[in-house]
Design a protein around this ligand. Structure first.
Ligand code: GLN
Length: 235
């Protein structure tokens, strides 16, 4: 039995789960085990309450425009809970469709404007008859880490005030194919267009999310051993 216990909310996990994003949970559990922690997962979907006090970490995955449209109708019910979770510096990983829905709006491939949560200040426009698809490498300019992944999105996201990119694009398209940014960091929210899933190839992000969750939940514990865990596989 693990010494530490984390509760993970998989936001709309039954609807937003494209391109193996659920693998992020497997990766989190893999690293959590090495930190003497286990993770209990609960899908919180349409019509269900999201109580931020009950969760230590959250995942908001990617999906098709249709599912994003359906979910957008339910977002107002979860706005206060998700905002509180983020303001409390709890770690949230948002991929592609989930990333878009944390922002102001997403214009879908058919031109429909899908309102987001407006908790993060970015917005997402649509490309005409094109998607950004392929391998991508970026560099986190704060930590110096390189991240590798696979992107597949129509949306072009433009960051707002208070958001930092997750990294600078070295190869691939990133947020919008124009400004060389990829993803976003806002408080302890980590957003990215990387599928693949992101955490299996980028253990440093998994480690950061877990360490943050552990410090938040167990403020008096010493996690220096967990912090020294070597996570990155070599490719
Ligand atoms: N439907 C969105 C887009 O095409 C998100 C796609 C995804 O999550 N992979 O941009």
């Amino acid at each position: 039995m693990a010494k530490y216990h984390l509760n993970l909310a998989h936001l709309y996990g039954n609807l937003l789960n494209t391109y193996s994003d659920v693998g992020n949970i497997i990766a989190l559990r893999y690293y959590a085990k090495q930190m003497d922690a286990d993770i209990k997962v609960k899908v919180i979907s349409i019509g269900q309450e999201f109580d931020p006090k009950k969760f230590d970490i959250a995942l908001f995955g990617g999906g098709q425009d249709y599912e994003q449209f359906v979910i957008s109708k339910d977002l107002p019910n979860k706005h206060a809970g998700i905002k509180k979770f983020i303001d409390d510096q709890k770690p949230l990983l948002a991929i592609c469709g989930g990333y878009q829905l944390l922002g102001k709006y997403y214009v879908g491939a058919n031109g429909e404007k899908i309102p987001g949560l407006s908790i993060l200040p970015h917005y997402t426009l649509s490309q005409d008859h094109n998607r950004f698809i392929g391998d991508i490498t970026i560099k986190n300019e704060q930590t110096g880490d390189e991240y590798h992944g696979f992107e597949n999105h129509n949306g072009m996201t433009f960051l707002g005030e208070g958001e930092q990119p997750l990294g600078k694009v070295i190869s691939g398209h990133g947020n919008n194919g124009q400004d060389h940014t990829e993803g976003a960091i806002y408080k302890e929210v980590y957003c990215s267009y990387f599928h693949g899933p992101i955490l299996t190839r980028n253990g440093e992000i998994a480690k950061h999310l877990l360490i943050t969750a552990l410090h938040n939940k167990y403020p008096d514990e010493d996690f220096s051993q967990q912090e020294s865990l070597v996570v990155n596989p070599t490719f």
